[in-house]
Write a protein that binds this ligand. Structure first.
Ligand SMILES: Cc1cc2nc3c(=O)[nH]c(=O)nc-3n(C[C@H](O)[C@H](O)[C@H](O)COP(=O)(O)OP(=O)(O)OC[C@H]3O[C@@H](n4cnc5c(N)ncnc54)[C@H](O)[C@@H]3O)c2cc1C
Length: 313
């Protein structure tokens, strides 16, 4: 019986793992991989303590810090948690592949994943012109025409990444002219570029191609008529969805499936389950915030173990 099982491999999970080791709580941590979402970033300039660090460098540092605690916690890196079950006595069963682990508490730090368009061709051409990371894939589109779907902050950031390489970027934005989101400086840079054409009040309706993407179809918000732009790449930047499915059956979630937490303690509506980082209804999605919230979650789990369950055996 573990005292806590941490699920995730981003900054939140790593912070919870390091604090669990310091508290000498009997802990297991399961992570598909270590690093989190910003691993794809070339330059992170707000990770406190580093003026600038790349995503891969940050991932290496997180991994090293976590591994330095491996005498105190069990690390299952490269292992996906498939199911979390609630036991009748208030403890939990965590299932990973064929193995089952028992635990008094769970700290969910499973973060988020890209939201998908859900249109024909998107899945078929993933990796063949449909991309979810402009920072990673922009160099493959040198001198090509591409489309970015999404007029929010991440969409505009993607355009900025692409401008250095591509010939032209079509931005498919739902909002009317003047309604792009994103910080003003980025908006100004995007809108002033003669390589950018924003197609307002529109939704992507299909990705087309043969072996590789050749175009994107879209519809205006108020019409069923399909239009088309000829592009070699389609970058999908319409936000993220939380990886909350593991526990959403027994924790409250908001309208977007984020796990609702008490912001003082990171407790969920299910006693014994705590959550932190991008999987929660936290207002701000940032590395440093994920770390701070995860530390709160771990300390709260520690209190819970002492108060609610005692030594448990
Ligand atoms: C391109 C990009 C750039 C960014 N740049 C910045 C930046 O410059 N500064 C900043 O502060 N923030 C930045 N962010 C936001 C930041 O990355 C997130 O806020 C942060 O990663 C959230 O951390 P997390 O630990 O909650 O979740 P995540 O980083 O999403 O990590 C979750 C981890 O859990 C693992 N996991 C999920 N489900 C399971 C499971 N069932 N079993 C095992 N493991 C599982 C995943 O593989 C993943 O490694 C950026 C985000 C993106 C997408």
């Amino acid at each position: 019986m573990y005292e806590t099982i941490i699920i995730g491999g981003g900054p939140a999970a790593v912070a919870a793992g390091v604090y669990a080791a310091r508290k000498q709580i009997k802990t297991a941590l399961f992570a598909q991989q270590i690093g989190g979402q910003s691993v794809v970033s070339d330059s992170i300039e707000n990770w406190i303590g580093e003026e600038v660090i790349s995503g891969p460098e940050l991932a290496i540092k997180l991994k090293k810090h976590l591994e330095s605690q491996k005498d105190s916690i069990d690390l299952f890196v490269g292992v996906n948690v498939d199911v979390v079950n609630k036991n009748e006595d208030g403890t939990f069963e965590v299932v990973a592949g064929d193995e089952k682990y028992q635990t008094k508490t769970v700290i969910v730090c499973s973060g988020g994943r890209h939201r998908r368009l859900g249109v024909p061709g998107e899945a078929e051409f993933e990796g063949k012109g449909v991309a979810f990371c402009a920072t990673c894939d922009a160099p493959f589109y040198r001198d090509k025409d591409v489309a970015v779907v999404g007029g929010g902050n991440s969409g505009l950031e993607a355009v900025m990444d692409l401008l250095a390489y591509v010939n032209k970027v079509y931005v498919i934005a739902r909002k009317p002219e003047g309604g792009l989101r994103g910080d003003p400086i980025t908006q100004e840079e995007v809108l002033s570029s003669d390589k950018v054409e924003v197609i307002y009040e529109s939704n992507a309706s299909a990705v087309i191609g043969e072996t590789m993407v050749t175009g994107l179809k879209y519809k205006k918000n108020d019409s069923d008529e399909e239009h088309e732009v000829a592009v070699s790449g389609v970058f999908v930047e319409i936000g993220s969805v939380p990886n909350s499915e593991l526990v959403s059956e027994f924790t409250d979630t908001d309208d977007w499936n984020n796990i609702e937490v008490d912001f003082k303690t990171q407790e969920t509506s299910c006693p014994g389950i705590f959550a932190a980082g991008d999987v929660t209804n936290a207002i701000y999605r940032q590395n440093n915030i994920a770390v701070g919230d995860a530390i709160k979650a771990l300390l709260s789990a520690h209190e819970y173990i002492k108060k609610e369950i005692g030594d448990g055996e």
